[in-house]
Design a protein around this ligand. Structure first.
Ligand SMILES: [Zn+2]
Length: 115
């Protein structure tokens, strides 16, 4: 009689796999305060990861023709985003700003957006 219980363990494991996450549908738990930065005195502004994108991807020369790349470092109004927001290192920010200015001159990027 005892052998029948051990031979069929598959039926008991079924409900465990059915609910891995309550993420879909149900109400979400509230987020912990502080955001991605964490810690007290958190900023209200969105903070990116402070790693130089060009250093991590090993891009040495920033081309002025690469508009899509440059646009990631230009604000909505056409201003160059400062280094403290993007996390780009000094060396690359210099090349970046140079490339953006060259790109503006040949009208690939806008000097300022007009409304
Ligand atoms: Zn860099």
């Amino acid at each position: 009689m005892a052998d029948e219980i051990t031979s069929t363990p598959t039926t008991e494991q079924a409900p465990a796999a059915a609910a891995p996450r309550p993420a879909s549908g149900g109400p979400r738990p509230p987020r912990p305060a502080g955001g991605p930065g964490g810690g007290p005195g958190g900023r209200k502004f969105f903070r990116r990861k402070k790693v130089c994108k060009f250093c991590t991807e090993k891009i040495d020369a920033i081309s002025y023709r690469d508009v899509r790349l440059l646009q990631g470092f230009v604000a909505e109004r056409g201003k160059i985003v400062p280094r403290r927001l993007t996390g780009v290192c000094t060396r690359h920010q210099r090349r970046l700003s140079l490339a953006i200015k060259q790109s503006r001159n040949i009208a690939l990027l806008a000097f300022a957006t007009r409304y």
